[in-house]
Design a protein around this ligand. Structure first.
Ligand code: IPM
Ligand code: MN
Length: 357
C-alpha cells in the first residue's frame, strides 16, 4: 500500500527544507520497505505568482485526496503591501481552514547537545519537555469582522469561538496530556477577555472526564514569563490560536533555535498537515543554509500520526539526535567547536545516520 503525500513547498526556505524531508522519507522508504508517493502543489507567494491566488483549488483538492500533507513555509516580502486576501499567509490560513486542522501540536524538547545554543541558562532549560496545543482554525485569526473602517481611521479584528470549537481542542489537549506527564496548563486572558472566560469554564467542565490529569490556569502574560524562567513546570499547554502562535515562537528558544521546532496540524477525521513552526525566512532564502531539522522532525510526526509508523518516526528522531551529538550544526545553532554544515549536508548526515541505524 502506497502512502500519498502532497508536498507544499511554498516560499523562501520552505522550498529548501521540504526536499530535505523528502530525501529523509526516501531513506525511510528504502530501509523499511514502505512506499511513499509524492506530488507537489503551489501555495503562498509562488501560487500568487503562478495562479493569481494564494491557495488554488487544485491545491485544496490534492490535499483532500492525500493521506498526509507536508508544508514548507509561506511568505514573501514581495507581497507585503498587497491586500490581505492577496498575501501568501492567506494560503496557509486557507488550507488550515479547508482541511479543518483545528489542533496544532508543537512539541518543544531540548536536545542535550544544543543546550548551549539557547540564550537561556542551561540549568533553566535542562529537563524541559513540553507540548503546545494551539487552536488553529478559530480565534483572532479567523473572527469576522476583520476590517478597516471609517476611511481607514478605525479598525476591527474579532476573537470569536463557539463552545464546540473550544471543547474539541481542550479534549485534544487533555488526551495529549494523558499520553505524557498528565499535567495540563490552560493559557488564557480570563481577567480581561470574554472569550477566555468561556475557555476557562470549558476546561473546568472537562476536567472531570480526565481525572488522571492535573489542570492549572495561567494568564498568557504570566505564561510568557514562566516559559523562560521555569519551563520545566510545563507538560501540555493548551491555548487560543494567536496566544499559541506567540508562545510557540518563544518556547522554541528552549530547543536552541526556531529551526528545530516541528508541528502537526490535525483534523477530527481527516488528512493531517505537517509543517515546521518557522516561516519562510526571506533573509536567508536561496542561500542553502537553512536548518532542515524542524521540517525533518515534522515528517517524523507525520509518520507517527498519519501512518502509525512509530518505529520509522523514531528512526528519524534518533538520526537527528545522533548527528547533533556528533557536533554538526547549521548556522542558526551557535556552536564553538562543532562543524558548520549547510542544508544539503545536514540532510545527508541524517540520511546516512538512518541508513546505518
Ligand atoms: C505559524 C506562522 C503562521 C501563523 C503565519 C505564517 C501565518 O507564524 O505557523 O506559526 O501565524 O500561524
Ligand atoms: Mn508563528
Amino acid at each position: 500500500m502506497s502512502n500519498k503525500i502532497v508536498l507544499l513547498p511554498g516560499d523562501g526556505i520552505g522550498n529548501e527544507v521540504i526536499y530535505a524531508a523528502k530525501d529523509v522519507l526516501e531513506a525511510i522508504s528504502e530501509k523499511y520497505n514502505t512506499e511513499f508517493e509524492f506530488s507537489s502543489y503551489d501555495i503562498g507567494g509562488i501560487a500568487l505568482e503562478n495562479h493569481g491566488v494564494p491557495l488554488p483549488d487544485e491545491t485544496i483538492q490534492a490535499c483532500k485526496n492525500a493521506d498526509a500533507v507536508l508544508l514548507g513555509a509561506v511568505g514573501d516580502p514581495k507581497w507585503e503591501n498587497h491586500p490581505s486576501d492577496l498575501r501568501p499567509e492567506r494560503g496557509l490560513l486557507g488550507i488550515r481552514k479547508a482541511l479543518d486542522l483545528y489542533a496544532n501540536l508543537r512539541p518543544v524538547k531540548g536536545f542535550p547537545k544544543l543546550l548551549h545554543a539557547s540564550p537561556l541558562k542551561e540549568e533553566v532549560i535542562l529537563g524541559s519537555d513540553l507540548l503546545i496545543v494551539r487552536e488553529l482554525t478559530g480565534g483572532l485569526y479567523f473572527g469576522q469582522p476583520s476590517e478597516r473602517r471609517d476611511n481607514g481611521n478605525a479598525v476591527v479584528d474579532t476573537l470569536s469561538y463557539t463552545k464546540k470549537e473550544i471543547e474539541r481542542i481542550v479534549d485534544k489537549a487533555f488526551q495529549s496530556a494523558q499520553l505524557r506527564n498528565k499535567h495540563l496548563t490552560s493559557v488564557d486572558k480570563a481577567n480581561v477577555l470574554e472569550s477566555s472566560k468561556l475557555w476557562r469554564e470549558i476546561v473546568e467542565e472537562k476536567k472531570s472526564e480526565y481525572p488522571d490529569v492535573t489542570v492549572e490556569h495561567v494568564l498568557v502574560d504570566a505564561a510568557a514569563m514562566k516559559l523562560i524562567t521555569n519551563p520545566t513546570q510545563f507538560d501540555v499547554i493548551v491555548t487560543e490560536n494567536m496566544f499559541g502562535d506567540i508562545l510557540s515562537d518563544e518556547a522554541s528558544v528552549l530547543t536552541g533555535s526556531l529551526g528545530m521546532l516541528p508541528s502537526a496540524s490535525l483534523a477530527e477525521n481527516g488528512v493531517g498537515l505537517y509543517e515546521p513552526a518557522h516561516g519562510s525566512a526571506p533573509d536567508i532564502a536561496g542561500k542553502g543554509i537553512a536548518n532542515p531539522i524542524a521540517m525533518i522532525l515534522s515528517a517524523a510526526m507525520m509518520l507517527r500520526f498519519s501512518f502509525d509508523k512509530n518505529e520509522e518516526a523514531q528512526a528519524i528522531e534518533d538520526a537527528v539526535e545522533q548527528v547533533l551529538n556528533q557536533d554538526y550544526h547549521t548556522a542558526d545553532l551557535k556552536s564553538e567547536n562543532g562543524t558548520l554544515v549547510n542544508t544539503v549536508e545536514m540532510t545527508q548526515l541524517i540520511v546516512d545516520a538512518i541508513k546505518q541505524g
